[in-house]
Each structure stands twice: as C-alpha cells, then as structure tokens.
Design a binder for this molecule. Sequence first.
Ligand code: PXP
Length: 252
Amino acid sequence: MASLGVNIDHIANVRQARRTTEPDPVVLALLAELGGADGITIHLREDRRHIQDRDLELLRKTVSSRLNLEMAPTPEMVQISKKVRPDMVTLVPERREEITTEGGLDVARNEMFFKEVVGEIQSIGIPVSLFIDPIHEQLQASHNVGASWVELHTGSYAQAKWTSQAIELAKLQEATAEARCLGLRVNAGHGLTYQNVEAVAAIEGIEELNIGHTIISRAIATGLEKAVKEMKLLVVTPRKETLFAGYQSQGL
Ligand code: PXP
C-alpha cells in the first residue's frame, strides 16, 4: 500500500502573493499530518517563489512524519540540504519560466554530474530520489549513479486522454517493476487528482505518492463556506467595546 506525501508549496504560493504571514505552510503542515499525511514535501526553488528558507528550517523542526525536500541539483541547494538535513532529497529539474516542474531529469545524459551530486548528499545519510520520466534509459541511469530512489513522473498519465490513459498507466507499471528489479525504491507523483489517483496507488511496488495541487484545491473548496460564515458573523455582529480601551483611558 502506498503512503501519501503532501506537497504544501501552494500554501506558500498564496502567502507569497501578498508577501504576508498567512497562510503559513509550517502551521498547516501539522494539519496535513493530522489528516493522515505520511510525509510533507516542499520544493525550495532557486527563485524562492513559494517556499522560503525560513519554512524549510522551521518544518525541519516541526514535521514529525517525514520531510522530503525537492530541489534543483545546484551547489547552493546541495549546501542547504546538507545543513538542514531533510529526511529525503528529491532532485528535480528547474527552469525559471516554468509554472511547475516540467518533465523529468535527464540523468542518462548527465551521469557523471548526478553521480557526484547524489553521492555528496547520500554520503551524509540523506537518501536521494531522482524525479524521472518512466522510461528505461532514465531508470538504468538512476541506478548507475547510485540513487536510492526514483520518483516516477505521472504527468503524462494524468494529462492523457481516456483513450491513451491505459497506455500511460502501463508505462508506470512497467517502470515500477523495472526499477524494483534494479534495486531502486519507487515514489511517483505530479498531476494526480481525486479522479485519477487510484489506478496509480494500486501499482505494486510504488511506496509513496507525492500530491499537492489537487489537495490544496480541495481544501479551498471544502473550507470556503466555513471561512465566509466566520467572517460574515464578525461583519454583522461586531464587538461594541473598543479594542485597547484600557490603553486609551490611561492616555497610552
Ligand atoms: N512530485 C514532484 C517532483 C513535483 O515537482 C510536484 C509538483 O511540485 C509534485 C510531485 C506534486 O504535483 P501536483 O502538485 O501536481 O500534485
């Protein structure tokens, strides 16, 4: 049975839209854990567009399940991961203009590079997962560079029309089986939703699914009515007494 890693980047996206303090991904990660998250995933991007260094440092202290840090394989991020020591590092490709992570890593064409980065992080006891497309050459290369895990990119499956979804699902099934034969442990994620998750969750050998966008979307949908009711109550029945009255009467 697969476990669930909840990606909370979108909470930080809302906060950063106003450069304010709410919603706080550190606080809400605890609610995700209360809901049954087996792990919390965050992506610290080079441009810091959502998750901030402060979030990573605090989450390292507060997450009691598992903290999975997604990051680009850059010298800056390698140093940060070695300092903060998440429970797992997932290396992902990163382009400044992209809306979200697009495509998997090209490990096959850069084996020497990945061998060095993976080795450096794993040498201090942090397992590294490589986010790759579910294809033979990337699986073989991930094994060659010594990664403990791969995360299979489920985007093509998630975006497939129903006529080709079975083909994309079969690619994920075959890639999982091949990865296990190579001794790799397997996670998967990207684009999974309440509608399409079950077929992937049922694949034998996948250990964890990392899911973000659809869960945060659902949280907004299920929480909006209550949030509006709470605000409406304050608007129609405001407190009559002046706040800070004591200070005012003392001339403060
Ligand atoms: N896995 C990886 C490597 C990702 O980059 C992302 C998106 O940040 C996810 C999983 C989660 O994708 P989604 O938000 O579409 O569920």
